[in-house]
Design a protein around this ligand. Structure first.
Ligand SMILES: NC(=O)c1ccc[n+]([C@@H]2O[C@H](COP(=O)([O-])OP(=O)(O)OC[C@H]3O[C@@H](n4cnc5c(N)ncnc54)[C@H](O)[C@@H]3O)[C@@H](O)[C@H]2O)c1
Ligand SMILES: O=C(O)C1=N[C@H](C(=O)O)CCC1
Length: 278
């Protein structure tokens, strides 16, 4: 089966772990990694990560244009750079290259831009691409529907020098109709990768939905989960909830098919037994 070809923007704290996950996954080929500036020390990301082989040729972002994409074709671009990465999407979208943007907080207008690119190719945007946080987001919506009178607060914890409020917490607050200014509580200590808690307060009980990223590798695994779905998606702007809901539908369909097959089998078996007595 052909491997899914990946081009990665950003080789920083998270990009390095994401590259590692893609290189070690047999369904993917990491073709190139675009950095802000060329690396004096390494030709391939695999070299920089101490891995065998030659995966992820390191290129400076200054070389990224339509000609580069044509000569170095990939199926999907995965962006863990920063908000400037979006400036390089259009020539890729024109060529039908799909895009996964994991930039946690965009400037105003960038989301509309991604939506427009979705007219040409499949674009998935996720401010927190772990599978777990998106399951929390879906569960929180269900809890809020069942418990409309609950008090809700969000606690987000990250590493000390993360300056901005978590984009993930803002997405959760926006989804639940909370006030970002007063209902998100931020904690900055040590090297916490990322922890989010949604607290539902009721008179006689408290419900807590908690997700903790233990390693930035979780973001690579989320990107892989998303890429395996996006490769077959048509043009449009998608989020991780779309991927998870689709996976749930597939599993329900598989179970229905199994149950149907087993009930057919049981019916055939019963007919055979009854046939013995005729
Ligand atoms: N969606 C998620 O699940 C998730 C998880 C972690 C981090 N992030 C986001 O990923 C981004 C990177 O996070 P980080 O912790 O690795 O930061 P970082 O600063 O360690 O790494 C970013 C790297 O990208 C490089 N860069 C900047 N602009 C670039 C461009 N146009 N092309 C290529 N490289 C470029 C920088 O030089 C830097 O090396 C941030 O936006 C962060 O919010 C998202
Ligand atoms: O490392 C970061 O920075 C992260 N930022 C995201 C956010 O702001 O929500 C979450 C994942 C880690």
């Amino acid at each position: 089966m052909n491997k899914i070809k990946i081009g990665l923007f950003g080789f920083g704290k998270t990009g390095k772990l994401v590259a590692h996950e893609f290189i070690n996954n047999e369904s993917f080929e990491l073709v190139w990694v675009a950095k802000r500036s060329a690396s004096e020390d390494f030709i391939f990301a695999s070299d920089a990560l101490g891995l065998k082989g030659q995966s992820g040729k390191i290129v400076p972002i200054s070389e990224i244009n339509k000609e580069f994409f044509t000569n170095n074709p990939v199926d999907i671009i995965v962006d863990f750079s920063d908000t400037s990465g979006v400036n390089y999407y259009a020539p890729a979208a024109d060529l039908g290259i799909k895009i996964i943007s994991a930039i946690s907080q965009y400037e105003s207008g960038d989301m509309e831009y991604l939506k427009n690119l979705g007219l040409k190719t499949a674009v998935l945007y996720s401010p927190n691409i772990t599978i777990g946080i998106n399951l929390i987001l879906m569960a929180a919506q269900i809890f809020q529907n069942i418990l409309p009178h609950a008090d809700i607060e969000i606690i987000e914890e990250h590493f000390r020098n993360k300056n901005e409020v978590s984009g993930t917490a803002k997405k959760i607050a926006d989804t639940l109709g909370l006030d970002e200014e007063t209902q998100i509580n931020s904690i900055r200590v040590g090297g916490i990768v990322g922890k989010h808690e949604v607290i539902f307060g009721l008179p006689n009980q408290t419900i807590r939905l908690t997700h903790e990223s233990i390693s930035k590798a979780a973001f690579g695994q989320g990107a892989i989960f998303a890429a395996k779905w996006l490769i077959n998606a048509g043009p449009g702007l998608y989020c991780m909830e779309d991927v998870i809901k689709n996976r749930v539908k597939e599993q329900l369909l598989e179970k229905q098919m199994e149950e149907k097959a087993s009930s057919n089998y049981l019916q055939q078996f019963k007919n055979k037994i009854l046939g013995l007595f005729k």
